[in-house]
Write a protein that binds this ligand. Structure first.
Ligand SMILES: Cc1cc2nc3c(=O)[nH]c(=O)nc-3n(C[C@H](O)[C@H](O)[C@H](O)COP(=O)(O)OP(=O)(O)OC[C@H]3O[C@@H](n4cnc5c(N)ncnc54)[C@H](O)[C@@H]3O)c2cc1C
Length: 418
């Protein structure tokens, strides 16, 4: 690392698999790198999965290796709870003003689990997409990087909480911490800002919000995960026993009124989630409604295996409506070849919503070259700002990692040019 702790060869914005990989590959090739992540921990969306394909292993299996590489590489400086406020200047001296939120804790090696249980305030748990609440003092997730407890900012100013916090048994809580601003300089910037699940409340006909048992695919990942809101027990949020479950493909995708593109991974994600159901509720019937199943490359085998499973019923049909009928959820679909209507009543519905680039929903602090859907356009070889991973196109982890290696090469070129 250079003597100047604010001057870097590369600034990476976003600490999901794309950003982490870009940072580590560039650092291992000798560049100094600042990695800026707005959440409390690195890992992005993948850290919230139960398992991920193709190996169907938990997120820790891929992320932990990269966290180890990060820990042992002094070329990378990681900023979490950090967001870019302003970008000024051009290569080779781009200045980024970074705002860093307080964590309200110091790094102490103490397990606060038992003490945190007595915390008098709780807030909606955004890691679990609001499906449960969590205490005002919490650990982001078990493999969190950095591995540090934190205080929910919504607890600050609550007199009861602040009084309780004085009983801190290890001296790690520090409610005096304040927001900081640092200015970093870099020779180029890799925007690895990733994706967000398409907002299901836009899909009124699919009933999201009308029943607690209509979920999105990302919520279903949390519902299935052992560190999720139910401890991994697959149950309907209403408490109802799940005997039948429907996966609604292309919920808002390939639709001019919503996301006109195909996210490319949702079919494989639902087939993966069908395996969670098979493991946890072997008697449950699974219905998957699709326009056509898209499982490119090696994922085709995965699809074929699922087709042979007698509990998985694949229905060709675009779902027109999901509604509560009696004590079930009725799914109405129109066969896209014959035009026939089909209805199935289930206990739980999972909407396979697509991946919308974050830049489409959250304005970036510079005039980025984006397409009409908010993905980065990479047509200027000389540009010192470039997208990486799902900020450029929807993709699975394997393609995202390849893209990140390409971005690290680009960063090397930009650093050498200066
Ligand atoms: C339901 C579902 C299941 C999936 N399952 C699989 C699977 O099993 N296997 C597989 O290979 N792929 C799967 N995928 C795809 C996978 O999620 C993506 O490939 C992966 O998340 C891409 O990583 P990323 O780093 O590009 O984006 P992200 O994971 O979105 O990470 C982006 C990071 O950038 C941060 N960020 C955003 N904006 C800013 C900012 N302005 N400043 C600082 N930080 C910022 C975010 O907080 C986040 O940490 C699935 C997708 C869906 C929809």
């Amino acid at each position: 690392m250079s003597q100047d702790q604010t001057a870097f060869d590369l600034l990476v914005v976003g600490g999901g698999v794309a950003g982490i990989t870009t940072a580590i590959e560039a650092a291992e090739a000798g560049l100094t790198v600042a990695l800026v992540e707005k959440e409390a921990s690195l890992g992005g969306r993948v850290s919230r999965f139960h398992h991920y394909f193709p190996k169907l292993c938990p997120p820790s299996c891929g992320l932990e290796i990269n966290f180890r590489r990060l820990r042992s590489n002094t070329n990378v400086k990681v900023f979490t709870l950090a967001s870019i406020e302003k970008i000024e200047g051009d290569a080779p001296s781009i200045q980024a003003t970074v705002k860093i939120k307080p964590r309200y804790t110091k790094p102490v090696s103490f397990d606060y689990t038992a003490w945190a249980e007595s915390c008098p305030v709780e807030f909606e748990d955004d890691f679990n997409y609001g499906m449960n609440s969590r205490k005002g003092v919490f650990y982001p997730w078990e493999n969190a990087y950095p591995p540090q407890w934190m205080v929910d900012e919504r607890a600050i100013g609550n007199a009861e909480f602040e009084e309780w916090a004085k009983s801190d048994p290890a001296g790690g809580i520090d409610l005096t911490q304040a927001e900081e601003t640092v200015v970093l300089t870099a020779k180029s910037v890799a925007w690895a800002t990733g994706w967000k699940p398409y907002d299901p409340t836009n899909l009124t006909e699919l009933g999201f919000g009308s029943s607690p048992d209509i979920l999105t695919n990302v919520m279903f990942e949390r519902l299935s995960a052992p560190n999720g809101p139910t401890g991994g027990k697959l149950e309907a949020p209403s408490g109802k026993e799940v005997k039948r479950i429907a996966f609604v493909q292309c919920a808002g995708s390939r639709d001019e009124n919503h996301l006109p593109f195909c996210s490319g991974v949702c079919c494989a994600a639902s087939l993966k989630q069908a395996t969670y159901v098979r493991d946890k509720l072997p008697e449950a019937d699974i219905h998957m409604f699709y326009i056509d199943v898209r499982t490119p490359g090696r994922l085709e085998d995965f699809y074929q295996d699922r087709q042979e499973d007698e509990k998985i019923n694949l229905h060709r049909g675009k779902v027109a409506k999901v509604e509560t009928v009696g004590d079930g959820l009725q799914v109405t679909a129109e066969n896209t070849l014959t035009g026939d209507l089909e209805q199935v009543t289930v206990d739980l519905v999972v909407l396979a919503t697509g991946m919308q680039p974050t830049a489409a929903v959250e304005k970036l602090p510079f005039n980025a070259n984006l397409d009409e859907n908010g993905f980065f356009i990479q047509d200027d070889e000389a540009s010192a700002h470039y997208g990486v991973g799902t900020a450029v196109r929807p993709s699975g982890v394997a393609e995202t990692l390849q893209d990140a290696t390409g971005a690290a090469i680009k960063a090397l070129q930009m650093a050498r040019r200066s």
